[in-house]
Design a protein around this ligand. Sequence first.
Ligand SMILES: NC(=O)c1ccc[n+]([C@@H]2O[C@H](COP(=O)([O-])OP(=O)(O)OC[C@H]3O[C@@H](n4cnc5c(N)ncnc54)[C@H](OP(=O)(O)O)[C@@H]3O)[C@@H](O)[C@H]2O)c1
Length: 319
Amino acid sequence: MKAIALKENGGIENLVLLEVEKPKIQPAEVLVRVKAISINPVDAFARQNKQTVQAILKPKDEKEVIILGWDISGIVEEVGADVIEYKKGDDVFGMVNFVGQGKAYAEFVAAPADQLALKPKNISYEEAAGATLAALTAWQALVNICKMKKGDKVLIHAAAGGVGHYAVQIAKSFGAYVIGTASSSNKDFVSQLGADEFLDYTSEKFEDKVKDADIVLEAIAGNDHLLRSLEAVKKGGKVVSLKSSPEGITADKIKEKGLFFQRMMVKSNGEDMKQIAKMMEEGKIHSHISKKYDFKDLPKAHKQIETGRTRGKIVVVLQ
Ligand SMILES: NC(=O)c1ccc[n+]([C@@H]2O[C@H](COP(=O)([O-])OP(=O)(O)OC[C@H]3O[C@@H](n4cnc5c(N)ncnc54)[C@H](OP(=O)(O)O)[C@@H]3O)[C@@H](O)[C@H]2O)c1
């Protein structure tokens, strides 16, 4: 089968198209013929940084062929002996083995059955592939960790990005009051997703406008930004961070305001995927796919994601 391997850490020229053996499945896995792959910022971090590869992919040794990627949609081709939930021909989607090796940049992926969900018939493979790592992050942050409820005021940073655009929609469907941050070029986009208020980070300070959020989804790197987010949350509120752990005065502020704080790392989870599938089927959330790439052009998708300015999701499509 064709796969795109990482020759060594560095630029996109290190992503090389190879012919490799099809993966063999374990009893609890299914073999998925991949139709679409979504690309996340972590894909580019892993390409560039050996440390990220060691921390996330944990390769056995230097000789192991590294295949990046975690987010797939596709068709079940083969079913492991212990799998009862899926059969050959089912359309599925999910984030495979995160943290670990998803090996998603390939024509076939061996995926643990309990990390997948059936793809709703009313969404495309591309939309399904998009709603995996990013949608799971939004779901796990707001629903599992923060226990978001109706009426909560939720401040969502990077509301126009992969995670943010699902987070806005999930929060609205829970009946939250949503404030999203992005640059002015994304004002209409974020508003159309359902945000009640939009804040342009290039021209205003969100902490001047918001002082009483129940929940902040922190998606921007750095302790300075995190400290500003702590200003925007009310006493006893909740902050979940995708990027930074608190240091120094930021840690002090969390104690002083009696905040709940968690630095989260998304995890593969089939039950959460099924919740996302249900919301997509019911039309409560959708994937905004801003660009599609052919498999051979996957390195170009890395270039796009590392701009930090992607709207919604970008996906790679296989024939
Ligand atoms: N810990 C975890 O488990 C986890 C999981 C997923 C993602 N992450 C991290 O979370 C971050 C967001 O992920 P993502 O997939 O949503 O990334 P993404 O799709 O690349 O996000 C791009 C969006 O960020 C917006 N943005 C950039 N700078 C901003 C700022 N200062 N304030 C507000 N919005 C800003 C951009 O809007 P404009 O173009 O309008 O600027 C753009 O739409 C990434 O750093 C990612 O690595 C962590």
